[in-house]
Ligand binder design. Structure first.
Ligand code: ADP
Length: 601
């Protein structure tokens, strides 16, 4: 670089020198040419063209002048014809024609040499004889080219020498100055390689020292800022992880809720909905999240609730619940509750609402059934009480004197008391089982005896309707470990149903079977039978068939529920097989695995 620069300096100096040399020679030629032309123009024409000795005046002048720059001199006639000429050796005078214009009488122009190779700077002036323009005098000089004189060459040599001597000195000086910079560059590269901001350790002086110090301060500042940002980033990462964990946990809680749940923000947009809500409204979660309820909820009453809760500033501050039955074939009852979500920092601020939609069909049915049950129980209690009251009144009156009436009254009162006591007994048992306060008092029971007794006692009432009873027991039955009183209640309920829902003259069979796995007690009748769609529901509390034939017979829908509860308490099952119009068979199955059955000895 330095050598190239020094050569460039030398070339520049040479160029300038050549240019200066050319310019100065050109101005010399101009001065000489103009002066000589003017001088010759004042020489009389005859003198100029006359011959003197061995030549004309122009030749004499050339030889005497010994001017190396002078190329030619000539006197030419008006048509350009040369009258006298004195060219230097080897020079051909270029032909010219003169215009007669006075403005061109004195002229200087650059003329190309004939045959190429250079140019002449020609000066010309008019020659007058007796006031007439008779000829022109032309003086031509070689146009100076790019050549240096010996003195200039010496000067140039001196300059070149000086430049070559100064170059290494400059080089060393510059290297010394830029060494800290290249060290700085190396250290910056190292820092970049290890990816750490570290200060530059460089010894420098003067302005460079100050620059490096400022640069180090800047690095220190940047390092501090990076550390701070890194710390903030880590903190934000941690809190975002915590938030995402909390969000996942809250979502898991909402997801595992047994009810459909949806969260609306303060603008009424859905921010979360669980899978149960998806199933409830029948729309994909992707269609629900991030949209307004108007876009995904087709159930008008639910939509009205969501829209009311979703409106900004009108979110009620209390939990409100609305119940409605959605349209559709399935009779369902839903309860929608809105829970305002209060900002944890500013509890007066509500930032959304959690809407929970619960299927309360079963509760609603139970509520209705309970209300019906109370009415029914009241009725059931009232009817025998009326009868009792009536008979009591009649016994106190004239009718009481009749022996026949007294016998009838005693029988009726006894039947009604039985009915009342069964109802009250069932009620008590159901309540106790529901409250979990009933304790099984297990004892070894011989089923053959128990079932025989039961049919005997229950059958007494049924015989009046002409019902026939059969007891089908195998010769040997393993004893069972059961609560005798409760099993008696269960079997009694099955038997009373078999009688109650029978036809006049029908049959009721009480049977028992034993297999290696289980012991089955069967209550069979050939009465009304139960429709297939009702066979699951008859075990629900308070359920009674809606058929007229069933409704016409007294009952309170508790018998089977109680029987099933009792059997399940014994880890057994109660099953039904029935054909409408043909009869039913209820089977109590006590598995031997449950340890309730002792092997027959
Ligand atoms: P209740 O007999 O007091 O109505 P249950 O719980 O004993 O209540 O019976 C529930 C319903 O089951 C009855 O209302 C009746 O519709 C049906 N059911 C029970 N046993 C029989 C049966 N042996 N034959 C026909 N239907 C029956």
């Amino acid at each position: 670089m330095m050598i190239a620069a020094s050569l460039a300096v030398i070339a520049l100096v040479t160029g300038l020198l050549l240019h200066h040399q050319g310019e100065s020679r050109r101005s010399q030629i101009r001065a000489r040419g103009a002066g000589l032309t003017r001088l010759l123009a004042h020489v009389p024409y005859a003198e100029l063209t006359a011959r003197h000795g061995g030549g004309n005046l122009l030749e004499l002048l050339r030889r005497a002048g010994n001017d190396a720059d002078l190329a030619y001199s000539a006197v030419v006639g008006p048509g350009g014809r040369p009258l006298v000429s004195a060219p230097a050796d080897g020079v051909i005078i270029p032909p010219v024609t003169f215009a007669g214009e006075p403005s061109e009488w004195l002229s200087e122009e650059l003329i190309a040499a004939p045959g190429g190779g250079g140019a002449f700077r020609e000066f010309s002036a008019p020659l007058f004889h007796e006031g007439e323009l008779v000829a022109r005098v032309r003086i031509g000089f070689f146009e100076p080219g790019l050549s240096l004189g010996s003195q200039e060459v010496r000067q140039l040599g001196m300059v070149a020498l000086l430049v070559f001597l100064l170059t290494p000195i400059f080089y060393l000086l510059i290297r010394r100055e830029i060494r800290p910079l290249s060290q700085a560059s190396e250290q910056i590269q190292n820092a970049l390689d290890v990816g750490q901001v570290q200060p530059l350790e460089i010894h420098a002086s003067g302005e460079l020292h100050e620059l490096l110090q400022r640069f180090n301060k800047l690095l220190h500042l940047a390092g501090g800022r990076i550390e701070e940002l890194e710390f903030q980033r880590t903190r934000m990462l941690t809190s975002s992880k915590v938030l995402s964990f909390q969000k996942t946990r809250i979502e898991a809680v909402l997801q595992s809720l047994p009810d459909a749940a949806v969260v609306l923000d303060e603008t009424g947009t859905t921010t979360y909905a669980n899978a149960k809500m998806e199933a409830l409204v029948g729309t994909d979660l992707e269609q629900i999240n991030g949209r307004k309820p108007q876009e995904w909820c087709t159930e008008p009453e639910l939509l009205a609730f969501l829209v009311r809760y979703g409106r900004e500033r009108t979110i009620p501050q209390r939990v409100e619940t609305v119940e409605f039955s959605p349209a559709g074939p399935a009779k369902r009852r839903l309860a929608v509750s809105g829970y305002p979500l209060f900002s944890p920092k500013q509890t007066s601020e509500i930032f959304g609402v959690l809407v929970v939609c619960r299927d309360v069909t079963q509760e609603d049915l139970a509520r209705h059934a309970r209300a019906e049950f109370v009415a029914h129980v009241a009725h059931e209690l009232k009817s025998p009480l009326n009868v009792l009251g009536m008979y009591a009144e009649q016994l106190g009156g004239e009718d009481g004197a009749s022996e026949e009436f007294r016998v009838e009254a005693v029988n009726v009162i006894s039947d009604e008391v039985d009915r009342l006591s069964t109802l009250i007994g069932n009620l008590l048992n159901v309540t106790q089982i529901e409250m979990g306060s009933i304790q099984l008092k297990r004892q070894r029971v011989r089923l053959t005896d128990l079932l025989g007794d039961l049919l005997e006692s229950v059958g007494r009432g049924g015989r009046a309707d002409g019902i026939r009873f059969h007891l089908e027991l195998p010769p040997e039955l393993s004893p069972v470990l059961v609560d005798k009183d409760l099993l008696r209640v269960a079997v009694t309920n099955l038997l009373t149903n078999a009688i109650k829902y029978n036809r006049p003259g029908g049959t009721v069979t009480l049977a028992a079977e034993e297999t290696p796995e289980a012991l089955r007690i069967l209550v069979r009748d050939d009465g009304l039978g139960i429709a297939a769609e009702e066979q699951q529901r008859i075990f629900d509390k308070f359920y009674r068939s809606e058929s007229e034939e069933v409704q016409g017979r007294g009952g309170h829908g508790l018998g089977l529920a109680l029987a099933r509860d009792i059997i399940e308490m014994h880890q057994g099952t109660l099953e039904v097989q029935s054909t409408l119009g043909q009869g039913s068979e209820f089977a109590i199955v006590l598995t031997k695995r449950a340890g309730l059955v002792q092997q027959a000895i």
